[in-house]
Design a protein around this ligand. Sequence first.
Ligand SMILES: Cc1cc2nc3c(=O)[nH]c(=O)nc-3n(C[C@H](O)[C@H](O)[C@H](O)COP(=O)(O)OP(=O)(O)OC[C@H]3O[C@@H](n4cnc5c(N)ncnc54)[C@H](O)[C@@H]3O)c2cc1C
Length: 416
Amino acid sequence: MTELNATIIGAGIVGMSAAAFLQRSGYKVTVIDRLPPGEGCSFGNAGGLAFAEITPTIHPRVLMKIPGWLMNPLGPLTIRWSYLPKALPWFLAAGRNAMPDRVKAITEARAALALRVVSDFETLLKSAGAADLIKYQDTLRLYDNEQQYQAEAGERETKKSFGFEMKRISGDEARELEPALGPNIHCGVFHGGWYFVTNPGRAVKSIAADVVKNGGAILADDVVSIGREGNKVTHLVLKEHGRRAVDKLVVCAGAYSHLLAKQLGEKILLEAERGYHMMLPNSGVSLSRSLTYARTPGAATPMEMGLRLAGTDEFAGLDAAPNYARADALWTIFKAVLPGLNAPDEATTRWMGRRPGTPDSLPVIGPSRTTANVWYGFGHGHMGLTWGPTTGRLIAEAMTGAKSNIDLSPFRADRF
Ligand SMILES: Cc1cc2nc3c(=O)[nH]c(=O)nc-3n(C[C@H](O)[C@H](O)[C@H](O)COP(=O)(O)OP(=O)(O)OC[C@H]3O[C@@H](n4cnc5c(N)ncnc54)[C@H](O)[C@@H]3O)c2cc1C
């Protein structure tokens, strides 16, 4: 029997999940990344398995808020103005995708991806001996007042129509559950399906170790270019290891994926939606679940390293220097919710990561349209930790021709 070989570019949650599921389908896998596993965007996210988040990131209610957000350089969304001309095609496409008919179709596609998020994650973490990283506590969304709560009625209705139950509790009930919450909280709502992972970087590293234990290889290198003959990829050119032959290629390179797809003649609208976190080992606050706050996007998640405040969206391209004042702004926001939150100290760390964002809040999953032996798994934006394992399974199913539970057409690469 001929050996099946797959090379995967990217050792984030998506690439490592693809490697793990391809192994289960009989492939010998090699994962190439210039960073160690789980040290790209997958390292520092908020840890949310946010499968109930089926409404696209940009939808009519958010669209109305964007002008106000843009007025504040430390607000939830910012654009470095010198970068705007480059990002304009992405923003125009995002605007088109916020129209009601598109929002409906995108919501349906996101709901389909949600179906096996938890079981796919469990499959990988159980095999890696790290199942304890998932905490099965639904995230609590907090509101300052009734108006804020009512403003989200439409999104709650949508979620309900897909079977996600969103239970409302009073401010006092919220404080009963989470005594660290302040007196300003008017009410709370459970997200209806948003568990959390207590160390996303360790989750990816555990999956990577399991892939290696099962015979896979991880190669530390930079993919400089992709070599093609006709409509097939034949080799990669690596910075350190030079030319390396390829049988089947899977591109899971996060926010850098469009640069590789471009070499294959495919135009993908992908922007680095740069987010920040502040990690507080000495937060002074104890939480049993992750919190989100309706006043501004972002999450506070209790992790094994301390309390992580994560969020914000900055459009400045891949290479601009981080602006850590955005991480500090997260502290100010959550101090309003958690009055006992300690000020940052010498143990506090700040981080910036590049979410691979498409303008329709859907990832690219499936075969390349230009090249016969290439598959894609990238563009997961705000949902990569959540959808990563399921994407890995779908890629393995697509590559082996196995029957799948999900129609991949909304995720095709030639939709941009
Ligand atoms: C602040 C913040 C909070 C977030 N919160 C959540 C959350 O709560 N829930 C959720 O589901 N998602 C969340 N996300 C999003 C999530 O982290 C990402 O969608 C996800 O990590 C993307 O995974 P990935 O594997 O595609 O990319 P990455 O983890 O970035 O992996 C891609 C890898 O490809 C490598 N690479 C790229 N190009 C090359 C090349 N040419 N050669 C070699 N290697 C290459 C990179 O080095 C990198 O390691 C959040 C993101 C941020 C920034």
